[in-house]
Ligand binder design. Structure first.
Ligand SMILES: NC(=O)c1ccc[n+]([C@@H]2O[C@H](COP(=O)([O-])OP(=O)(O)OC[C@H]3O[C@@H](n4cnc5c(N)ncnc54)[C@H](O)[C@@H]3O)[C@@H](O)[C@H]2O)c1
Length: 292
């Protein structure tokens, strides 16, 4: 028996890369999976792969970054499986450029696919779980979002993507708070893997015969399958960096220091107390990441 037997799942953007590995893993644990991707051929191939391995899968080619597309994919899960338990928001694109060179289309496309593509599906899935809870059922919904270290640390050259991914980290906590009373958990992963999206930056890090392939997208999937299952019912609002054989639990914005004055601040007082404010910290740009 798999840990997701009898459950119904959607994985957006699962025609290739990390989403494909996640869809395969959820299906291997017994979930019936909607393989969603705007690339129909890729989605068909993944659904066929799942069926060949004895799993249940069907294809959705909806653009999840529209309210209509998101509604259709959620409806498909309900029509075909009678229920929805797991929503993995994974679909994504890159249009990298420095902020001063970025086009309006690069900005809009990336913000739309990532931010709206997470919000729209979560809207319809959340409405479904809320309705079930109000009807007296006890849903155990799961939303697993996909953020990025680019968004957590602010990578130069990706102002559109990093902004969207930081928004997804914030969205994860908001959705977690809003849906908690309906039995839904919401978490986010920030993966690192070799996919179409990263193949140019990871050139030279090809798998070596006989060695554990740290960059295989399949390394990301078990965490998602675990978060999707009953054991993770008490895990919500969390962000994990997932790479190779390591799972990093992240801590978000937190208070660093407070200084206080009598009445309203003056610029002279800030000048005088700047060293106290920053204490032993740098007042410059924050560090970029934590290595591997
Ligand atoms: N690969 C990495 O190291 C890495 C790092 C951090 C975050 N991520 C995130 O992981 C997720 C998966 O990325 P990947 O590396 O597997 O990329 P990928 O390009 O291999 O796969 C993304 C898939 O999403 C699909 N897609 C794009 N827009 C869509 C839409 N509107 N509706 C439905 N499907 C759509 C694409 O057709 C594609 O098949 C993305 O959200 C990405 O930002 C990846």
């Amino acid at each position: 028996m798999g840990t997701l037997e009898g459950k119904s799942a959607i994985v957006t953007g699962s025609g290739r890369g990390i989403g494909r590995a996640e869809a395969l893993a959820l299906a291997a644990e017994g979930a019936a999976v909607i393989v969603n991707d705007v690339d129909a051929d890729q989605a068909e191939a993944v659904a066929a792969e799942i069926a060949a391995a004895g799993g249940r899968a069907s294809v959705s080619t909806e653009d999840v970054a529209t309210w209509a597309g998101a509604e259709a994919v959620v409806e498909q899960a309900l029509d075909e499986h009678g229920r929805l338990d797991v929503l993995v928001n994974n679909a994504g694109i890159l249009r990298d450029a420095m902020s001063f060179s970025m086009t309006e289309a690069d900005w809009d496309d990336v913000i739309r696919v990532h931010l709206k593509g997470h919000a729209a599906t979560s809207h319809f899935a959340g409405a479904h779980w809320r309705a079930r809870a109000k009807a007296g059922e006890q849903p155990s919904g799961r939303i697993i979002n996909t953020t990025s270290e680019s968004g957590l640390y602010g990578l130069a050259g990706q102002v559109n993507y990093a902004t969207a991914k930081a928004g997804i980290a914030a969205m994860t906590i908001v959705l977690g708070r809003e849906l908690r009373k309906y039995g839904v958990t919401v978490n986010a992963i920030a993966p690192r893997a070799r996919t179409r999206m990263t193949e140019t930056v990871l050139a030279g890090l090809e798998p070596e015969e006989g060695r554990f392939d740290e960059w295989d997208p399949a390394n990301i999937a078990p965490v998602v399958a675990w978060l999707a299952g009953d054991d993770a019912a008490d895990v919500s609002g969390q962000v994990f960096v997932v790479f190779a054989n390591r799972l990093h639990l992240m801590d978000g914005w937190d208070l660093a220091n407070t200084i206080e004055t009598e009445g309203r601040w003056t610029i002279d007082e800030f000048r005088a107390r700047k060293a106290e404010l920053f204490a032993d910290r740098s007042s410059g740009l924050p560090r970029m990441g934590f290595g591997s």
